[in-house]
Design a protein around this ligand. Structure first.
Ligand code: GLP
Length: 241
């Protein structure tokens, strides 16, 4: 694991953007794995600035989102399909047909999840996986005690995650109870994993991921075994290291 400590969240975005571009540049069909949440927003904004400036072109890239809620329409403003469209596809001028988000509305959710894993394989695998971290150590929506070898599948959201995400909905009752998420095994197949985190609120999670035991109770700790994991954090998020 490589740990990069930056001054503030904007700096995290810039340093992460430099890294992401350096790993994707020159690949004939670059494949990016996309995370939602507030953590990667500074990175996406920085990538968008570079697209705007003409120094980065990702129109030929492919994207695969990590996860999606089960049961809310794609058109819902907080579906991850909408969030990825708003924060990544449009600002980075990606082709919407080249960006996929797991299907949380399929009549057979597991069949759709299996097909999603196949699509990632057919694309040649994920070159750079962007990750945030939940306060309970989840990556994607792999909650504590997720299997280290898991593939894309349906998971139940913990009460803690539903509370964390209630800020995006009118009330906690509206937060879905289930999701479809890439598994820890799927995430570990990425060639490079770039995890970004900012703020004091993430300090304990970052310390547990980097310095704690590798344990299913703290899913992000599996990244200690990733051949190329880069953790880019600001000083506040690094304060417990
Ligand atoms: C969400 C997402 C994760 C994200 C995490 C942290 O539940 N499924 O991919 O990393 O929560 O979110 P934030 O960056 O807003 O703290």
């Amino acid at each position: 694991m490589e740990i990069v400590i930056c001054k503030d969240p904007q700096d995290v975005g810039k340093v992460a953007a430099d890294r992401v571009i350096s790993y994707l540049e020159g690949l004939p069909t670059p494949v990016i794995g996309l995370a939602t949440g507030s953590s990667p927003l500074a990175l996406y904004e920085e990538l968008a600035r570079r697209v705007e400036a003409g120094t980065f072109d990702f129109s030929h890239g492919l994207g695969f989102a990590l996860d999606e809620y089960v049961g809310i329409p794609r058109s819902h403003a907080e579906s991850y399909h909408s969030v990825i469209t708003r924060t990544v596809v449009e600002p980075l001028r990606m082709d919407p047909a080249r960006v996929r988000v797991p299907d949380g509305l399929a009549s057979d959710l597991q069949a759709a999840a299996d097909e999603y894993d196949e699509a990632i394989e057919l694309a040649g695998g994920v070159d750079v996986q962007i990750l945030g971290i939940g306060s309970n150590g989840h990556i994607g929506f792999n909650e504590p005690f997720s299997s280290f070898s898991s593939r894309t599948r349906v998971k139940t959201l913990t009460p803690e995650t539903r509370e964390d995400n209630a800020r995006f909905f009118d009330s906690i009752e509206q937060v879905p109870t289930h999701c479809v998420t890439q598994g820890l095994g799927t995430i570990m197949d990425s060639r490079v994993a770039v995890l970004v985190a900012s703020g004091e609120r993430k300090a304990e999670a970052v310390a547990a991921m980097v310095e704690g035991p590798v344990a299913a109770r703290f899913p992000a700790s599996i990244l200690q075994f990733h051949p190329r994991a880069i953790v880019i954090v600001d000083e506040a998020a690094a304060s417990k290291l």
